[in-house]
Design a binder for this molecule. Sequence first.
Ligand code: NI
Ligand code: MN
Length: 226
Amino acid sequence: MKVTYYGHACFMVETNGKKVLFDPFITPNEMASHIDVSQINPDFILVTHGHGDHVADVEAIGKRAGSMVISNFEVASWFGEKGMKNHPLNHGGKSHFDFGTAKYVNAIHTSSLPDGSNGGNPGGFVVWNNEGAFYHAGDTALTMDMKLIPRTCPALDFAILPIGDNFTMGYEDAAIAAEFIECDTIIGCHFDTFGYIKIDHEAARNAFEAKGKQLILLEIGQEWSM
Ligand code: NI
Ligand code: MN
C-alpha cells in the first residue's frame, strides 16, 4: 500500500491496483497550494463526513476522474444528486469493492454538508485486502467504540488519526486511541491547517513514543509505503 498525503485529512491510498482518495480538501488549503489537483485521479473517493474541510474537492476531482463516492447514506446521496456514482454505507456496515473491503465505523463529531443539508452521522473507515489493513478515523473524539475495531476487523498495519485538538481529539487522546485500536504505526492528520489546530510536532511524537507507538507526520505531497 502506498500512501500520499495531500494535507489536512486528505490521503491517497494506492492498493490492489486502485487509487482510493480520502476527504479531499486541497484547493482551499493554502498549505497544499503546491499540489496539482488535476493530476489526482482516484477510482474511489471515501468521505468520512460532510464538513467542507473534507468534501471541498470531491465533486471537481470525482467528476473529472469518474470516481465512485463512498460515504454514509446522506453524504453519498448528496453527491448522487449531483450526478456522481456513489455507494452508501452506514455505521457498522461493510461492503466489498475493487480495492478491498471498506467498513464504516463510528466517530464522535458532527456532519452537516456545505449547503446546510443533513450530512448524517460522521464516521471513519477501516479498509482491508490481501495487502493489509488500515483505519482512517475521520474527525472524531477518542471513543470507546475504537476498541471494537480490533475485535471486528483484521489487525491494522497503520492508522490515520486526527491529532490537532479543538475540533477533534488532540495527540494525547490520539495516543490512547492507538492503544484502543491496537496499532503501532500512526499517521497524523487534521493538524496545522488552521490556527485552531496548530500543534507542537515534537510533543505529539513524544506522546506516542511514550506508549511505544510511532507517530508519522508527513509533509504535504510526501509518500509513505508499508
Ligand atoms: Ni469535521
Ligand atoms: Mn474536519
